[in-house]
Design a protein around this ligand. Structure first.
Ligand SMILES: Cc1cc2nc3c(=O)[nH]c(=O)nc-3n(C[C@H](O)[C@H](O)[C@H](O)COP(=O)(O)OP(=O)(O)OC[C@H]3O[C@@H](n4cnc5c(N)ncnc54)[C@H](O)[C@@H]3O)c2cc1C
Length: 398
């Protein structure tokens, strides 16, 4: 692993930092990340921010230039994430489109699909969601039941998805359906690009323990999807979804690492102020131990991601580091959020309404939201299975 940046990479960092310094809006207004309680004002703010990023050529930073991206190298992409987190830039509204669906369309899409969707993903004019999980299919996704029947020019879709993030805002969905019920379970699936305003789609928000409706149930009743919206080959949808999951790990992994570091800095300023039983908590040996552990966890996350990066830069396919990073990040974040609440003493148990993403109830909100980290994007049990079997080469569990 080489920790040094080349002069070209440093120049990239300086150019980006200069742009962010003049363009990142002050951190005292609307929500800086899309959250379900977002008001119309918040949404307009986030839409405007993505358009500003897009018009300045920083959206889709690692997408190839021929598709409207900046064509940044892997290392430049990492620098991009690091600077965005360090300068507290607002999140990009269409994150699922930019990081997952867009790159998947670039890999598997037809020319027509690329023309129709890519520019709108970059600009944020279209917001995307992912419809994979179903009430009886989560970890075992290959068993899904939503059926798409082939009617020559179009498919007719019937079934139900669940936990569909952003479905309430999205106008498009990358949907995984069964097109051949007689084939072995992973072989009869197809991926469809579905217009969420199609007749027959209804969306029911689900309330989570933060009090929000982050995700939704989505019902499909005789929904017609044109054949031209099939992504990849018919009955080869599993390959498309594997591609999308690979982009998810790659695209979001580094950002989370740097966001975690930022959270650590917030925690450090908190620990300097907080007092317990009349004494500053920074003198408490247990608290000092937990802070040191949080710092170590952040460093381990970073190094593991650098290891994955080195592997990719040597031309190897994405390895199991992605699973280790996701597992470690989810559990580190939960521990750090627990600590953030603990620092506030008994008052930490109080929780009223979520005010802003960074303001009131910051730690309480983070504590509750972080419970989902060990479920979303692959549960910790499933990741441990992958690591046991593919990294440690242990025999398969029964
Ligand atoms: C915040 C959030 C956002 C999400 N967003 C989306 C989205 O946008 N689109 C989408 O399609 N899905 C989304 N999901 C769904 C997510 O992908 C699933 O929740 C996840 O894959 C687990 O599936 P499940 O909930 O059906 O649990 P199950 O698969 O039923 O698992 C239940 C429990 O059994 C354990 N388990 C299952 N199989 C095994 C095994 N073989 N070995 C050991 N333990 C096992 C699991 O680890 C878990 O603890 C989201 C989930 C969350 C929490």
């Amino acid at each position: 692993m080489d920790f040094h940046f080349t002069p070209e990479q440093e120049a990239f960092r300086q150019e980006l930092r200069a742009w962010l310094t003049t363009h990142v809006p002050a951190d005292d207004g609307p929500l800086r990340h899309l959250q379900p309680q977002a008001s119309d004002e918040d949404l307009t703010f986030l839409k405007d921010w993505q358009r500003t990023v897009y018009e300045s050529g920083w959206a889709g930073v690692s997408w190839p230039q021929e598709y409207g991206g900046r064509g940044a190298s892997l290392v430049e992409r990492v620098i991009f994430d690091e600077e965005m987190a360090a300068l507290k830039a607002p999140g990009l509204l269409n994150v699922l489109g930019l990081e997952i669906v867009g790159p998947t369309i670039i890999t598997h899409g037809t020319m027509g699909q690329k023309k129709k969707h890519l520019a709108n993903i970059l600009s944020g004019d279209d917001i995307w969601s992912q419809g994979y999980s179903e009430p009886n299919s989560g970890s075992d996704l290959g068993s899904l039941q939503t059926l798409a029947v082939d009617h020559a020019d179009y498919f007719v879709v019937n079934g139900q998805k669940v936990w569909t993030s952003l479905a309430g805002y999205a106008n498009w969905c990358l949907l995984l359906v069964r097109t051949d019920p007689d084939a072995p379970k992973h072989k009869g699936l197809s991926a469809l690009l579905v217009d969420m305003h199609s007749p027959g789609i209804s969306i029911k928000p689900l309330r989570t323990m933060t009090g929000e409706s982050e995700f939704n149930e989505v019902f499909f009743e005789d929904v017609q999807v044109p054949k031209s919206h099939l992504l990849g080959e018919q009955n080869q949808g599993w390959q498309v979804i594997i591609t999308s999951l690979m982009f998810e790990r790659q695209g979001l992994g580094f950002y989370f690492t740097f966001a975690q570091k930022r959270l650590y800095e917030d925690m450090r300023s908190e620990v300097k102020k907080a007092r317990r039983y009349g004494a500053p908590i920074r003198t408490d040996p247990l608290m000092r131990q937990k802070m040191a552990q949080a710092y170590i966890d952040c460093e381990v996350l970073k190094l593991n991601n650098y290891r994955a990066l080195t592997r990719l830069m040597r031309g190897n396919p994405a390895g199991p580091e992605g699973s280790i990073a996701k597992l470690h990040w989810a559990e580190t974040n939960q521990r750090m959020q627990d600590l953030g609440v603990e620092m506030q003493g008994v008052g930490g148990q109080l929780y009223q309404e979520v005010e802003t993403s960074e303001g009131g109830n910051y730690w309480q909100y983070g504590f509750l939201r972080s419970r989902a980290n060990t479920i979303e994007g692959g549960t910790s049990e499933i990741l441990r299975n992958i690591i046991a079997e593919r990294v440690l080469q242990l025999p398969k569990g029964r």
